[in-house]
Write a protein that binds this ligand. Structure first.
Ligand code: SF4
Length: 392
């Protein structure tokens, strides 16, 4: 906007700016492995030109997806940006694109592989780009919990619901057991459907989205929810607690959104009178309760688009997105809810050198870092995804 200077203030740096996530050597988990490629140096001055040239050489054969939380240096090459579900559907709507380069994290690339045709290959530029939340629910742990529900005689009453931010294995488990996938936009509808099928919901893997939706959207009491800790015998719960609960929440959370605290909300309200606090439902319950507005990334984007000039907004979601929104709306005072930096470290592993490497490998006729989901898992994961698409 002419003549208007952005009011954006960069949060202070912190030793935890990039949480040490996504490390490890298990290719079957969200932790992934180190990138095997011979990457260009980050200091290479030709990175932008190389990415541009490689993308042009591939033409319509490649479709680059950029998640909202990605770095700007990567987003500039995205053919489409969005949240994980929107991106997977966009990829499926481009059947002529042989190569889907997913600039996101591992579970998102899995979802794209599930929803795209067999002729399309999904590539994650850095295999170490996992998701700490998805990693908090491992199939073996979830199956153990289900066996416990069966032994207690309650499994028949329980409907599993998993957040999109889960591995294909967990989506497959949910599809096999009559459940549904949800996103942060449709969690309430998914829960209402689930409670028509059974008396209890087993919500995976994000305790905060499950609790916030149950209490704030469905009118449950906090006491209706119990927290199942997979690292404790029987989830750390008594048989009575499991029998009485309406909502069994898996003990998982997002390491990025979990960092916002009630103090962040108090502090910004004192500092900026009249500020609107807008947060993602992956934030802790007390933070969401203290906020003025809560919603998915798409909701946050629309809310800021529609906000009047001159209004002030403190936004509790990933920093790359908040900064981009602030710079796109210089007539509004948009700030990060926390005083310190808070990126999704695993998402940030996909930088320009990794993107250049992946695109140049494709030009050379090699398919790097392909993400594939086995047929059986994909079949049942699709059942749970289709159930989500069929929600009333
Ligand atoms: S922001 Fe949180 S839920 Fe999203 S990919 Fe990063 S760690 Fe996972």
């Amino acid at each position: 906007m002419d003549g208007v200077t952005s009011t954006w203030t960069e949060p202070a740096n912190t030793p935890l700016a990039l949480l040490l996530l996504g490390q490890g050597t298990d290719p079957a988990s969200e932790r992934g492995v180190d990138c095997p490629g011979d990457l260009p140096a980050p200091s290479d001055p030709d990175l932008v030109a190389r990415a541009t040239a490689a993308k042009a050489a591939l033409g319509d054969r490649v479709f680059v997806l950029g998640h909202h939380y990605q770095r700007d240096e990567v987003i500039q090459f995205a053919d489409v940006t969005g949240d994980s579900f929107k991106l997977a559907r966009e990829a499926a709507a481009k059947p002529d694109a042989e190569f889907i380069v997913f600039c996101g994290v591992h579970f998102m690339a899995e979802s794209a592989d599930i929803l795209t045709s067999a002729a399309q290959q999904v590539i994650l530029p850095d295999l170490a780009a996992g998701c700490s939340m998805a990693d908090m629910a491992v199939l073996g742990q979830v199956e153990t919990a289900w066996e416990q529900f069966t032994d207690l005689g309650i499994a028949g009453d329980v409907v599993p619901v998993t957040y999109m931010n889960s591995s294909a294995d967990i989506k497959g488990f949910v599809g096999r057991n009559g459940g549904v996938v949800c996103t942060s936009s449709n969690a309430e509808r998914a829960l209402r459907w689930a409670y028509e099928q059974g008396q209890k919901v087993f919500f995976l893997p994000d305790q905060h989205l499950g609790r916030n939706t149950a209490v704030l959207e469905m009118g449950f009491d906090l006491d209706d929810c119990v927290l199942y800790d997979p690292h404790k015998p029987q989830g750390g719960l008594t048989a009575e607690q499991l029998r009485d609960a309406k909502m069994i929440l898996w003990r998982g959370h997002c390491s990025v959104h979990g960092r916002f605290t009630i103090d962040s909300v108090r502090e910004v309200r004192e500092r900026v009178p009249g500020v609107n606090v807008l947060v993602h439902p992956e934030c802790r319950h007390e933070v969401v309760r203290a906020a003025d507005y809560v919603g998915s990334t798409e909701y946050i984007i629309k809310a800021l688009d529609a906000a009047p000039a001159g209004s002030a907004w403190a936004v509790g979601t990933e920093l790359n997105l908040v900064r981009r929104l602030a710079l796109a709306h210089p007539d509004k005072q948009i700030m990060f809810l926390d005083r310190t930096v808070c990126y999704c470290s695993t998402m940030n592993r996909i930088d320009l050198p990794h993107l250049v490497w992946a695109l140049e490998e494709l030009v050379a006729g090699r398919v790097p870092n392909q993400i594939t989901v086995d047929e059986d898992t994909a079949k049942y994961a699709r059942v749970a995804l289709d159930q989500m698409l069929a929600l009333p």
